[in-house]
Write a protein that binds this ligand. Structure first.
Ligand SMILES: [Zn+2]
Length: 226
């Protein structure tokens, strides 16, 4: 009888290392499981003694792509970057929104309580930057577009946000314009200036107003039905 011995690599799951859920860069939904290859001393082809750890890596449980362990840091960093960008975009969005809404509310020299309520409601939607937004609101209320401040906010929004986000800002400003029931000429002109500042055609004005009026009607109807 002779003894056959040798070594063999075996793949193990590292049980105490958290799975990186749904983060496979290749298939986008697979989860990355930390694995290690360990070389074993084998006797008759059966692993009996674990030798050194040969390699640690992440393997996708779906498409089986393998990644160097540094993928964990890369994924975490890009998640942080995404969060950072989102925070920045939200801040630009909120500032442009509150500045434009406030400006729109004061342009006819009659700051109606309905308008103030719309703006305060909008500020409530951004709890983390409430103080900053209230300060912008007060400032625009007193100084209007002094030093072009309102259009500066809109400009940074135009540079950093999608046109969908810009239209959202203008639609909310248009809600203010409609809040007191009448549309003054100053309000209409200002809304057109906003559209141009945002790189949108000023003909969009009518579409925007019509859409909002329609929406108002449906909300009203729903309220009446309930
Ligand atoms: Zn995958």
């Amino acid at each position: 009888m002779f003894i056959i011995f040798g070594t063999r690599g075996l793949k193990h799951t590292v049980s105490d290392s958290p799975v990186l859920s749904n983060s496979c860069p290749n298939c986008n939904n697979g989860s990355l499981v930390n694995k290690l290859y360990r070389r074993w001393f084998t006797l008759f082809f059966i692993p009996v003694i674990p030798l050194d750890t040969v390699d640690r890596f992440y393997e996708c449980d779906s498409c089986k792509s393998a990644y160097n362990e540094s993928i964990k840091t890369i994924l975490q960093r890009s998640k942080e970057e995404i969060n950072e960008n989102q925070k920045r975009a939200t801040s630009i969005y909120a500032k442009a929104l509150i500045a434009a809404m406030t400006h729109m509310a004061i342009i006819d020299e009659d700051f109606a309580p309905e308008e103030e309520r719309e703006i305060k409601d909008a500020i409530e939607g951004f709890q983390e930057m409430k103080e900053e937004l209230l300060a912008i609101h007060e400032n625009v209320k007193v100084n209007a577009n002094m030093n072009n401040q309102v259009f500066d906010f809109l400009n940074s929004a135009r540079n950093e946000l999608s046109s969908e986000a810009l239209i959202n800002i203008l639609a909310q400003a248009a809600v203010v314009l409609l809040a007191d029931g009448t549309i003054e000429k100053e309000e209409e002109n200002l809304m057109k200036e906003y559209l141009i500042a945002c790189g949108l055609p000023k003909e969009m004005y009518q579409t925007l107003i019509d859409k909002l009026k329609q929406k108002d009607m449906t909300t009203l109807k729903k309220e009446q039905m309930n």
